[in-house]
Design a protein around this ligand. Structure first.
Ligand code: NDP
Length: 311
């Protein structure tokens, strides 16, 4: 009997994923049946995205695993009807590289003060140079697959990088912190803060009035993590007071960001529309197919989600 793989993401994604998924599944040598609709009791694996129509997994009685197409799993991790393993997307080739480019670009923009030259309506000749990267401390909150990849790039450019994670994961050239005190140490005096935490009950509102006050005055915030990591009212107050100099925000509590949201018009906020890093069909399909292969071979799945921790 073929292995039935249900692609349960937004229908417009199918056009992008069908060929790469077939090609990656072909390469496993498995006898498989890839479809966008199937009787639930026939499905072995679900390729899932949070905006999928599948909300109740109970009828999927033969299901072996749900393979999330995205890195963030906040849309499915708390689903009580899901009783099989859940994996998430870790894809250094596509997702990872995209995030490194986004974070490095925005960190350099703030570091070099590019806005002052790009938007200079009075033609001011202000010849004050920025400091060198070695004098610009960067804090990365969330030091997993993406935080580590971004840190490698920023360290190679000379920035002093501090990280904060649950485990205090260490990496060459990075000062690592963990725990409740660790966030204070990581943020203290930071001039640029990058958020790459998942959205879990423990991380919501992690950037708030208290923690924003720990950064250097005029620090920049870059958030490609998730919207709920930030207390929005506290950030706007910190921008207005000058404690925070600029916020580049890619993710929001409500997406698309509503037209009347103050972030759109705030002069110290850059809104990007959740484009920091997109799952790339070719490389992501290889990750999905490898997990189907592993599942069928009885091998441990890659990138399993710890449902207790929520990521
Ligand atoms: P990982 O799971 O690999 O890393 C998450 C990091 O957060 C880990 O270092 C983890 O600690 C840390 N963490 C989790 N909970 C806490 C906590 N309570 N206190 C301190 N640290 C904590 O995820 P990725 O790096 O792959 O992705 C990070 C996030 O980036 C995703 O969850 C998603 O929200 C976002 N993302 C956004 C995209 C975009 O386009 N805007 C694209 C892709 C991802 P530990 O190392 O100890 O486990």
């Amino acid at each position: 009997m073929p292995v039935t793989v249900l692609f349960a993401a937004r229908p417009d994604r199918w056009a992008h994923y069908e060929a790469p998924l077939r090609s990656a599944l072909d390469a496993t040598g498995l006898d498989y049946d890839l479809r966008t609709e199937a009787a639930p009791e026939t499905v072995d694996y679900i390729v899932y995205a949070p905006n999928s129509a599948v909300r109740d997994f109970t009828p999927y009685t033969r299901l072996k695993a749900v393979l999330n197409l995205w890195a963030g799993v906040e849309g499915v991790v708390g689903n009580d009807t899901l009783t099989v393993p859940l994996t998430r997307m870790v894809d250094d080739e596509g997702l990872g590289q995209g995030m490194v480019e986004y974070v490095t670009g925005h960190v350099l923009r703030h570091h070099l003060g590019m806005d002052a030259h790009i938007v200079n309506p009075e033609n001011r000749w202000d010849a004050s140079p920025p400091p060198l990267s070695r004098d610009r401390p960067v804090a990365i909150l969330g030091f997993g697959a993406l935080g580590q990849a971004c840190a490698r790039q920023l360290v190679s450019l000379g920035f002093p990088v501090r990280s904060w994670s649950r485990s205090g994961h260490e990496q060459d050239g990075v000062e690592s912190f963990s725990g409740a005190d660790g966030i204070d140490a990581a943020l203290s005096g930071a001039q640029i803060v990058v958020l790459l935490l998942p959205d879990t009950p423990a991380t919501r509102g992690v950037l708030n009035a208290r923690t924003l006050a720990l950064t250097a005055r005029g620090a920049a915030i870059v958030n490609p993590g998730r919207g709920p990591l930030i207390d929005d009212a506290a950030l706007i107050a910190a921008l207005d007071s000058g404690q925070i100099g600029h916020a580049t925000l890619d993710v929001f509590r409500t997406e698309p960001l509503p037209q009347d949201d103050p972030y759109w018009t705030h002069p110290k906020v850059t809104v990007t529309p959740h484009i920091a890093s997109e799952t790339r069909p070719d490389s992501a399909s290889r990750v999905i197919a490898e997990n189907v292969r592993r599942g069928e071979a009885g091998e441990p799945l890659l990138h399993l989600v710890d449902r207790g921790a929520g990521y």
